[in-house]
Every structure is written in C-alpha cells, then in structure tokens.
Design a protein around this ligand. Structure first.
Ligand code: SF4
Length: 429
C-alpha cells in the first residue's frame, strides 16, 4: 500500500505544561540487566550472556523469581578476582565461555554480550569482543553487545540499550519501498498479535515489530519507515532509528481504551485510513475495554496515588488512571522525562499535576509520607518500608512484566491497582 505520509496531531492539551520538580540525589532503582527477563522471552533464538560478577548473577536469579525449568536463555560469565586483578586474560576466558556455550546450544542465532559494572571496571571492551566473536561464528550466530550496568540507570534502560544495539544491524529497506509501519518495543506475543490484527483491519499490512521473535526476521528500516513506540523508555532506540531515516509518529502510549485508540489513530492518520474504516476496526475492542474498566472504577475513583520514579511508565499510566478511572494524582515521579516522546500523554494529564524527574529518595519519601496516598507505586526496595508504615504499594516492575498495552489488557491494567486496595480493605475489615 502506498500511503500518504500525513503529520499526526498531538492530542489537544488539557493543561499548560505542568511544573516539573527536578531532583538529583540518591536513587533506589534496579540496573538495566533486569531487562533480560523480558527480552529473552521475546527473541526466541537469542541468548544473553552477562559478563559480570556474582552480584549480577544473584540479581538475575532474584529478578527471575521462580526459577525456570527449561534451560534458560541467559547466563552470567563470572568475572573472578584474578580477572579483576588483571592476572588473567579476560578476553581469552570470554572467548572460551562463548565457544562452550555455542557448542552446547546450537539453536542460538543471536548472542548478546551484556556489559555490567565489573566488566566496565576492568575496561573489558565488549564491542571489540562482539566483533571478534561475530566474525568467528558468522553466519550462524550474530554477536552484539550492550551495557546493562549502572547505578545511574534504571531497569527499563536495558531494553533501550538492547534495541539500540540491534538497530544498526537491521537490513535497509529496498529503494523505493512503500511506506511501512514499525512498532517498536517489547510486547507480549498475544498483544503483538492483537495489534497486528487491528492494524491489518485498517489496511496497514506493511507492518513489522522490533524486536522480531526470531533473529532472522528482524525488520528492515529506512526513510519510508514510520514508527510507533509502545514504551516510553526507548529514547536511544528512537534516535538510532532516526539515524537510519525512520520517522516517529507522535501519539500517547497504548495504555487504556483512550490511549490505545489514540495510538492506533496516529497510525491510521499517517497511512491515510478513512475514519469509517478506523472506527469500524476499533469499535468492538474499544467497547470491551471501556466495559472492562467499569469493574475497577468503583475501587479506584477518587483514590490518591503517588508514583516514585522507577519504570519510566509512570506518566502514561498516571494519564490512564486519572482520565479513565478518575484517580487523583498526588505526585508522578519518573526517572527521566523525555518531553517529546511523552508530550501527548503530558498534554492529557489533569491541570496542575505535580511531576518530578530524577530522585532524592529521602526527600521524596518525606513528601509521600506527608501526603499519605491511598496507593504508592515504587520499586521493590521501597515497598516493604512503606507497607510497614501503613501505606499500600504496587511494585513498578510488575507493570513491565505484565502485558498491559492494548484494548484487551486495559481491564487487567486497572485491576493491578484495584487489587492491592481491595486486599487492604479486606484486611482492615
Ligand atoms: S548494578 Fe552493576 S554490579 Fe550490580 S547487578 Fe547491576 S550490573 Fe551487576
């Protein structure tokens, strides 16, 4: 289909740009290694080899929670003391580990060497290692690298770093290619299938997803690629795609009935889909989503919510909770505020909402305790102390592990917030 490439209007602003409290202090977040937990499930023939310490391995084990019964597609190559002391050739050891791994797991088609704090401390150059190993194991296995390290990062940045590493390896779209749509960000397979059906029903069939489920199916990219982000934490990936000529379609993120409809509308407008076709495609699932929200609204209406900065999903989720479930936003913290990518969501926030970017955890805890919200969204490290003080909490990381995008998941997303409130109410009876 040769579609016209129209600009997509950002939704009308509900308020002037809200004030943003910027804080730079001690932070309570996980590092980007955590992203491997959902990335390894998505790219089914990829393997993530963390080049790190026992601490990194322990983090992955606890993030994985219930241990996997099948052989997992991630592991940690442990940097020992002799490596840290410069007594061993870490490159030679890494090559041997990779050789053993690929001999044992011939189904692997894409290998990510994932950097950590320890690999950075000993200045192990994983980009050179990836190049060296890539040449050795081509064409069966593509070897890429990215960094998951850091106390100055947050856990969703691992996905951004991984996809950023993938972008330069994507094939170029053929010269004169028709306009195509690329949906960018890890989605559960069921959600991806729903979006494919909805976009297909509108006639948008020149469509691909990044990342693809298999290494050999990674999409082409070029100047005729229009892309829609499904996650608000993909700033570097977006930049890399734009370096390849792709153009972002501005839209709110596809959370809730309203957000999903607006996100799909951005695609429809860019691809010249007639209003009647668009409305017919989304009518039934949107109605199901609206109905599914009724159930949780009684528990959530008028309840006050406080977001600590953690997943970077905070602003679109706050928009959903305020507009579709009538919750009151006390403070919406986010680790990083990408003004451009979040513009459409920010425009839909209620007037006067307090946004905060970055963290000074003690000061933020004081504000939270003083406000005594009905529910607080935070990282695992803050949840127990806040619960001990009588607050109801929701782990931010659950919002990334759970399929929440799209019409069919809107009810589940609302339930994630209603459930802890209902549980507390039941305990208090
Ligand atoms: S913060 Fe650094 S040392 Fe700790 S688990 Fe993450 S990468 Fe490993």
């Amino acid at each position: 289909m040769n579609a016209p490439l129209l600009a997509t209007p950002v939704p009308a602003s509900g308020c002037a740009a809200p004030p943003v409290l910027r804080e730079r202090g001690q932070r309570e977040v996980f590092c980007g290694l955590t992203g491997i937990m959902w990335l390894h499930r998505k790219i089914q023939d990829a393997f993530f080899l963390i080049v790190g310490s026992r601490t990194c391995a322990h983090l992955m084990q606890s993030a994985a929670g219930v241990m996997i019964f099948a052989e997992p597609r991630f592991a940690t190559a442990i940097i020992e003391e002799k490596d840290l002391a410069g007594l061993a050739d870490a490159n030679a050891e890494l090559d041997a580990v990779v050789e053993r791994l690929l001999a044992r797991r011939p189904e692997i088609r894409m290998l990510f060497l994932v950097g950590s704090c320890p690999s950075e401390v000993i200045k192990l150059d994983l980009s050179r290692a990836a190049l060296r190993l890539g040449q050795r194991f081509a064409p069966q296995v593509r070897v890429l690298n990215y960094s998951g390290s850091g106390i100055e990062t947050t856990f969703t940045q691992g996905e951004d770093a991984c996809l950023t590493a993938l972008v330069p390896t994507l094939p170029a779209e053929p010269a004169g290619a028709e306009a195509s749509l690329l949906v960018v960000g890890v989605l559960a397979d069921a959600v991806e299938d729903q979006f494919r059906r909805l976009l297909g029903a509108m006639g948008i069939t020149s469509l691909a997803f990044l990342p693809a489920r298999r290494a050999a199916d990674m999409p082409a990219v070029g100047p005729n690629t229009r892309y829609l982000l499904v996650q608000p934490f993909l700033g570097e990936t977006a930049r890399a795609l734009e370096n390849r000529g792709a153009t972002r379609l501005a839209a709110p993120f596809p959370l809730g009935a309203e957000g999903t409809a607006a996100w799909l509308r951005a695609a429809a407008e860019a691809f010249g889909v007639a209003d009647a076709v668009f409305n017919a495609a989304i009518a039934a699932p949107r109605e199901r989503a609206v109905k599914a929200l009724h159930h949780s609204r009684a528990a959530l209406r008028g309840r006050r919510i406080f977001f600590f900065p953690d997943s970077q999903l905070e602003i679109p989720i706050a928009r959903f909770l305020a507009r579709e479930l009538e919750m009151e936003l006390v403070e919406v913290g986010t680790p990083y505020l990408h003004k451009e990518h979040l513009a459409a969501d920010i425009a839909l926030l209620p007037a006067g909402v307090q946004l905060s970017e970055g963290q000074d955890v003690d000061r933020q805890l004081d504000r939270c305790l003083a406000a005594a919200p009905d529910i607080t969204v935070c990282g695992l490290g803050l949840a127990n102390p806040l619960e001990a003080k009588g607050l109801t909490t929701k782990w931010a990381i659950e919002l990334v592990f759970t399929p929440i995008q799209g019409f069919e998941q809107a009810g589940d997303l609302a339930e994630l917030f209603a459930r802890p409130l209902n549980r507390r109410a039941a305990l208090e009876v």
